[in-house]
Design a protein around this ligand. Sequence first.
Ligand SMILES: [Zn+2]
Length: 383
Amino acid sequence: MNEDLRNQFFAESIFHLVKEKYSELTDGCFSTSSQARHKVLAGIVMTRGFDLRSAQVVSLATGTKCLDSDNVSDHGGTLSDCHAEVVSRRALVRFLYAQLELLLREPADSEEQSIFVPNKGGGGFRLQDGVLFHMYVSSSPCGDARLNCPYETTAAYPSRRFHCHLRVKVDGGEGTLPITAPMANVNWTGAAPGKPPVTMSCTDKMAKWSVVGLQGALLSHLVEPVYLHSLTVGTLNHTGHLGRAMARRLAPVKNLLFPYRRQQLLLGCLNSSEVRPTGKAPNVSMNWSRGDGGLEEISTSTGRRKDSGTPSQLCKRSMFARWQRLQQQFNAADTTPGTYSASKMTAGRYQRAMQQFTSAMQAGGLGSWLRKPPELGHFNVSV
Ligand SMILES: [Zn+2]
């Protein structure tokens, strides 16, 4: 088999694994199929090397919407960005937490072996050799990768001028606009006055993951960066745009401090033409991590569980509590509890890599990366 065919076969296999797992989780779980309806499905598959026999789906998500502005008094209890790609990353992080928790149990308690091993010398943990992650997303990620496609709701915008530009999600996450300076001069349709949108497009978030990893700032205190190795896109696939957005834009990001690196993403597309589901996008986003009995359903108008109105298992607050427990158990000597924001900012090497990434984008004239107001992260969790 030549390399192109092998890549094609691999991409198709990742797609089928994610799709089958989603069907398995939605079959019989819902009395009507309306909840199973989705516009965009994303999932992450773990393999050992590129051996498909070892492949396991470890996270899944659906969703296309986001809250236009965060509720400042929320203390990390809502999910503001419910795009499938972004939620599937959060669900992967939950899986990674569970894998670290496995290390704390007696080997006899569990047949399963953690994917993490202690890091020789450096402290903390790293993935076992050969553990790779692959993402499937049913539709091109919003932002630069989706430009010039008929579904881009802001297609009327002079996109050529802002080729490769960083973009933010607007209109409840159903469109994007390039970041222009100064931000204040832009008339943000759909956003509350005085509260400009601060959610970066999925294309931009995925570019960031290729530099800083998928694990996020908190988990980088405990593990070496975890990168995506391949990305398979279903419908609306423009390999050229994707390649430009993901790889060429990142070329100026250099001299990252070990263990950070610029991870080249293998881009896959499907031969079979999946049809993008028609109709209105549902106001729900589903998520699942390996080990869960079923899907969690989030209302995209509140960013909370649809059934109970309580915070999602993926919200900042819940992840922060889990991180603090692990941090206390692994690094007992260093357990000064800080706020969520402070704990993220003290992840030195991660923040340095993030800085190198955003500086390179800015130096290339692609706009400034927008961060959420820091006061949103000023909360503590007692564990
Ligand atoms: Zn998106």
